[in-house]
Design a protein around this ligand. Structure first.
Ligand code: GDP
Ligand code: IMO
Ligand code: MG
Length: 425
């Protein structure tokens, strides 16, 4: 009947998974539409923590079907490990997950090249990738030399494609990177266990999803990463290699855009970023350390410390614009309870002039204009009713809402599913 979308409004790790899990109770099918195992999505239910990388975060609900869309790059070993570990937790993941036949497969040399390029890049050129082979696999997709999940279903097609891929790739591996060649047999053998387990999961997902929508099913599209990491709308080249924004949800799932209803942008009440690249409201030294400790800001995938800073209105306005965001979900507001004063980045100046957009390049040169709001200095962890928030906390939320121009209808006050405020819906 309709499809809603959850998209990161900042540089990832905004708390998307917590919101997806919360919204999933009324949803039939959850679709991951881009990225791969670079994502780290954390859900906490009754005090128990689950971290997902490839499997959609709504998997915990017994009746939700999970779909890995054609826009995802799938690492077969990683996928099987994640499924087995979820199965051991009691989730029937093998019987309720579909993989798009158009989904590109990450092969071992994608990771090897990703790691090599990261380790050998010059200062200033390093992206700080997760080294999961994401960018290299997407590059092969665009070069039209990738292997797709659908190719695995026919042994003759698979053998022919894999032989061609290995032959071409070995030239790059040996001549360009000075690495050992890979063998077709090794890769074919490694894929076999995946094919055995996943064969019945691989389907034509654009057909399936649109048919289910026609029958009245409700779909939630799960974004990974965030707008600041989108290959077109993010801080290029310090981005991931896919479209994490709304356009990517359409091309990465095949769902007709006519079905799209709510676009929930997710943002922390402050800002974080992992990896390299510009970050206008970033804090340094003890100030950054304080926020990192309070917010437990360490990456769910690589464990790296996240860079921390204040809320950036201009960045979120950019996200509202490029995603067609209908509302913003504000997470981790509880972390700001320990501040007397809370600065908010309300605008940018570039070369001495005020600008009201996120510059496509030169973001590192903007001067941030700040306004300071009073803190509330009261523990608000776990509050689930807007009226029970301290007045100054409500003022902070309403201030952000006015500045960004879309309603803030959901507010998260803690990691657990129940630590959620629904307002004005
Ligand atoms: P995602 O990648 O956007 O799904 O976010 P991550 O799971 O990587 O990171 C968000 C972290 O914040 C996780 O550890 C969540 O459990 C946690 N979290 C989410 N919402 C809240 C909140 O409102 N308050 C607090 N304290 N933690 C939260
Ligand atoms: P979730 O879905 C935060 C960052 C990496 C690096 C850049 C490129 O949990 O929000 P890649 O491995 O994708 O080529 O790395 O993107 N990055 C993320 N940062 N959260 C993520 O996912 C990320 N996925 C990739 O740190 O800067
Ligand atoms: Mg994350």
């Amino acid at each position: 009947m309709s499809a809603d979308l959850v998209v990161g409004a900042q540089w990832g790790d905004e708390g998307k998974a917590k919101v997806i899990d919360y919204l999933s109770k009324d949803i039939d099918i959850i679709v991951r539409y881009q990225g791969g195992a670079n994502a780290g999505h954390t859900v906490v239910v009754d005090g128990k923590k689950y971290v997902f990388h490839l499997i959609p975060s709504g998997v915990i609900y017994p009746n939700t079907i999970c779909v890995i869309g054609n826009g995802v790059v799938l690492d077969p070993d990683f996928f099987l490990k994640e499924c087995v570990s979820l199965q051991n937790e009691g989730f029937d993941v093998f019987n309720k997950t579909y993989i798009s036949d158009g989904c590109h497969i990450i092969l071992p040399f994608h990771q090897t090249i990703d790691s090599l390029l990261e380790s050998n890049s010059m200062p200033g050129e390093k992206i700080g990738t997760t080294k999961r082979g994401i960018g290299i696999c997407y590059a092969d997709k665009m070069m039209r030399t990738g292997l797709r999940a659908g190719d695995l279903l026919d042994d003759t097609i698979l053998k022919n494609k894999l032989k061609m891929i290995v032959q071409k790739k070995n030239l790059t591996l040996t001549k360009l990177y000075g690495l050992q060649p890979v063998t077709y047999e090794d890769i074919y053998e490694k894929l076999k266990s995946f094919i055995e387990r996943a064969r019945k999961m691989i389907i034509n997902t654009p057909y399936y999803l649109n048919e289910e929508l026609k029958k009245g099913k409700r779909i939630l599209l799960e974004g990974a990463q965030g707008t600041g990491l989108d290959v077109d709308f993010g801080t290029y080249p310090f981005v991931t290699s896919s479209n994490s924004t709304t356009g990517g949800a359409i091309t990465g799932s095949g769902i007709s855009f006519h079905y799209l209803k709510h676009v929930y942008g997710i943002s922390k009440a402050y800002t974080t970023r992992v990896g390299e690249g510009p970050f206008p409201t970033e804090l340094f030294d003890d100030d950054a350390e304080k926020m990192r400790e309070l917010g437990h800001e360490f990456g769910a995938t690589t464990g790296r410390p996240r860079r921390c800073g204040w809320f950036d209105v201009e960045m979120i306005k950019h996200s509202v614009r490029v995603n067609g965001m209908t509302s913003l979900v504000l997470t981790k507001i509880d972390i700001l309870s320990n501040y007397d004063k809370i600065p908010v980045g309300v605008g940018y100046e570039l070369n001495g002039k005020k600008i009201d957009f996120l510059p496509t390049s030169g973001l590192e040169n903007v001067k941030v204009i700040y306004e300071e709001l009073p803190g509330w200095n009261t523990n608000i962890s776990g509050i689930s009713n807007f009226n029970n928030l301290p007045g100054k906390c409500k003022d902070y939320i309403e201030f952000l809402e006015k500045r960004i121009g879309v309603p803030i209808n959901i507010i998260s006050t803690g990691p657990d599913r129940t630590h959620t405020i629904i307002r004005n819906i």
